[in-house]
Each structure stands twice: as structure tokens, then as C-alpha cells.
Design a protein around this ligand. Structure first.
Ligand code: 4NP
Length: 165
């Protein structure tokens, strides 16, 4: 792992269900690996509905259950911030194909960030982290947590390998 600080931003539609879980899990994963100091990690929304709101209670419950610390609030990716985000972060992760379309549409030409589907790094090959917001229970949040654990690990292994080359 290179000693230079890397920056990762996790994106979903509302920033209250999937991307807070992905962010929390990724932070915990790097902390547990003792490489937390080398990462700057945040999450943001595509849409502005929930700016300033805490994550959905089911996302918070799921993180609590798995001892994933979380204290962020939803931040909107606004036009002016989008430009900065795309040039500030090394990696911007989307959760589903629509997130990726939106990110690709908003990315300024030649910007720094690599736009990646988080699920591409799932060792079980589950590409899409489905939106659980409208579900009547919390099962989709648990599943998002499990996928995020695999994807965080898979991505960090991929990065280690690509840096060793
Ligand atoms: P998320 O879920 O993108 O995983 O945070 C959603 C949360 C809220 C809405 C859509 C998706 N919404 O339409 O308000």
C-alpha cells in the first residue's frame, strides 16, 4: 500500500441507505487493516431530497449491529461541488447502473476520479447493490452491509495488486 493518502467517495441516490453503509464499512475495513490514516473517505447523494438528514434508521441499526461506527450526515453532490469532487477524489463508487450513468454524465472531461461500480469488486460476483429504501423491512440493508464488506475487501486487494506491479 502506497503511503500517499487516497480519497474515496461513495455515491447512491439519496445518501441515506447504501452509500453511508458502504462508507462506514470501507472506513472500518481500512481502520482494521491499520491503513485508515492513508484514506480520506466520504459519501454523497445524486439527488438532494435528504440533504442534512441522518441515514435511514435501518442503515444506522445495521451498522450498529455490526459495530460499524458512523457519524456523517447526508451531503448533496451539487453542481459546483460535483466539479470539485470529480477532481478531488481518486475513486468515486456508485451502487447501481443508474448511479454510474448519472456519475458519468456529471463528470467533467478529463477529471481525476476513477468512476467505479462498487459491486465489481464483489468476490461473489453480485454487481448491483440494490436500493432498499422502499422495502418494508431491513433485510435489504443487511444485504447491502454484506455486499459492502466483500466489495471493500475486494477493492483493497485489487488496489494492492495493481500497486505491486
Ligand atoms: P439510497 O436510497 O440511494 O440507497 O440512499 C434512497 C433513499 C431515498 C430515496 C431514494 C433512494 N428517495 O427517493 O427519497
Amino acid at each position: 500500500m502506497s503511503k500517499e493518502k487516497k480519497k474515496a467517495l461513495f455515491i447512491c441516490l439519496g445518501n441515506i441507505c447504501r452509500s453511508p453503509i458502504a462508507e462506514g464499512v470501507f472506513q472500518k475495513t481500512v481502520n482494521d487493516m491499520n491503513i485508515g490514516d492513508y484514506w480520506e473517505i466520504d459519501s454523497a447523494a445524486i439527488g438532494s431530497w435528504h440533504v442534512g438528514n441522518p441515514p435511514d434508521w435501518r442503515a444506522l441499526d445495521t451498522m450498529k449491529k455490526h459495530r460499524v461506527p458512523y457519524n456523517n450526515t447526508a451531503r448533496q453532490v451539487m453542481e459546483v461541488i460535483v466539479t470539485e469532487d470529480f477532481n478531488h477524489y481518486d475513486f468515486i463508487f456508485g451502487m447501481d447502473d443508474q448511479n454510474m450513468k448519472d456519475l458519468n454524465k456529471r463528470a467533467p472531461k478529463g477529471s481525476r476520479a476513477k468512476l467505479l461500480l462498487f459491486g465489481e469488486f464483489d468476490s461473489q460476483g453480485e454487481r448491483i447493490i440494490r436500493d432498499p429504501y422502499y422495502d418494508s423491512d431491513a433485510k435489504g440493508f443487511e444485504k447491502c452491509y454484506e455486499q459492502s464488506v466483500r466489495c471493500a475487501k475486494g477493492f483493497l486487494e485489487y488496489l494492492q495488486k495493481s500497486e505491486a506491479k
